[in-house]
Ligand binder design. Structure first.
Ligand SMILES: C=C1C[C@]23C[C@H]1CC[C@H]2[C@]1(C)CCC[C@@](C)(C(=O)O)[C@H]1[C@@H]3C(=O)O
Ligand SMILES: O=C(O)CCC(=O)C(=O)O
Ligand SMILES: [Fe+2]
Length: 269
C-alpha cells in the first residue's frame, strides 16, 4: 500500500474512482463533495471469494502493472483472512443475541465486501481538518488495521477518545447494517480519524457487506422478544445507493435512510 500512495498522481489517477462506483483511487473525495473534504487519499476495491476474480477491479496487475501484481496477491490473502474472521465474529454476535449461531454467518457468506486503504498525509494545520469526519460505517462490521501513528477516535461517554494503536491488534466496529440486523440491540459505532502535523498515517478497513439484494431483516425471535421492529426492511443495495448518490454518510445515516426508504419518491429514483 505504501508504494501505491507514493506513486505520481498521474499513475494513481489511472485507477481513479469513477462516478457511481466505489472502486478505485480517490483524493479527498474531491470528485464527490464541494466542502469539508477529508484529508486523505483512499484506494477501494471489492472482495467476493465467489467470483472468478475475487478482487473487484484487477488494477493491481492489468492497470498498475507487474510491479503491483504481488501487492494484489497480498490483498487477496488479506481479504480472505478478514472475511473468515468476520464470519466467525458473526457467529459470536448471534450467540450473544440468543439466535441460531449460523444465522448471520449464512447471511454474509455470499456477500461482496469492501476493502479500503486509507492514506492520511501530514497536515500543516491539523486542527482545521479531519482525515475522516464523524460517521458510523453504513456496512455491517468493520475490521480496521491501523499503523502505530494513531488518529482513530470513537465518541464514547460524550467525548472523543483515542483508540490507541496496539501492535498485532485489530479494531472491530459494528456498522449500521448490523445495528438493523440486531434490531437495534447492537449500536453502530460513531468514530472519526484525526490527522497530525508531521506524520503520515495509514489504515486498512475491511467492510463486511451482505449480497446486494439480501433483505436486511432481524431474526424473527429477536423482534418477538423486543416487541417491535426498529427499522424497516431494506437491501444493502438500497443503503449503498443512498450513501453513494444522495447522502454523505455521517452520524445519522441510518435514521435519514429510514425516512428516505419509506418515502414514496425513493421508489422512483
Ligand atoms: C459503504 C461505504 C461508504 C464509505 C465506505 C464504506 C464504509 C464507510 C463509508 C465512509 C468511510 C463513512 C465516512 C464518509 C465516507 C464518504 C468517507 O469518508 O470515505 C464514507 C465512504 C464512502 O462513501 O466512500
Ligand atoms: O483510518 C481510520 O482510523 C478510520 C477510517 C474509517 O473510519 C473508515 O474508513 O470508515
Ligand atoms: Fe469508518
Amino acid at each position: 500500500m505504501h508504494n501505491f500512495f507514493k506513486l505520481p498522481s498521474c499513475d494513481k489517477l489511472r485507477v481513479q474512482r469513477l462516478p457511481g462506483s466505489l472502486w478505485g483511487y480517490s483524493s479527498g473525495h474531491a470528485d464527490r463533495y464541494l466542502s469539508k473534504l477529508p484529508w486523505k487519499e483512499t484506494l477501494s476495491f471489492g472482495y467476493n471469494e465467489n467470483c472468478p476474480n475475487p478482487i473487484g477491479i484487477d488494477f493491481f496487475k492489468s492497470t498498475l502493472g507487474k510491479d503491483f501484481e504481488q501487492t494484489g496477491l497480498v490483498y487477496l490473502k488479506y481479504c480472505e483472512a478478514m472475511k473468515g474472521l468476520s464470519l466467525s465474529i458473526m457467529e459470536l454476535l448471534a450467540i450473544s443475541l440468543g439466535v441460531d449461531r449460523g444465522y448471520y454467518r449464512s447471511f454474509f457468506e455470499d456477500g461482496c465486501s469492501i476493502m479500503r486503504c486509507n492514506f492520511y498525509p501530514p497536515c500543516q494545520e491539523p486542527g482545521l481538518t479531519l482525515g475522516t469526519g464523524p460517521h458510523r460505517d453504513p456496512t455491517a462490521l468493520t475490521i480496521l488495521h491501523q499503523d502505530q501513528v494513531g488518529g482513530l477516535e470513537v465518541f464514547s461517554d460524550s467525548v472523543w477518545q483515542t483508540v490507541r494503536p496496539r501492535q498485532n491488534a485489530l479494531v472491530i466496529n459494528i456498522g449500521d447494517t448490523f445495528m438493523a440486523l440486531s434490531n437495534g440491540t447492537y449500536k453502530s459505532c460513531l468514530h472519526r480519524a484525526v490527522v497530525t502535523k508531521y506524520e503520515e498515517r495509514r489504515s486498512l478497513a475491511f467492510f463486511l457487506c451482505p449480497k446486494e439484494d439480501k433483505v436486511v431483516r432481524p431474526p424473527p425471535d429477536l423482534v418477538c422478544n423486543q416487541g417491535r421492529r426498529m427499522y424497516p426492511d431494506f437491501t444493502w443495495s438500497d443503503l449503498l445507493r443512498f450513501t453513494q448518490k444522495y447522502y454523505r454518510a455521517d452520524d445519522a445515516t441510518l435514521q435519514n435512510f429510514t425516512k428516505w426508504i419509506i418515502s414514496p419518491k425513493s421508489a422512483s429514483l
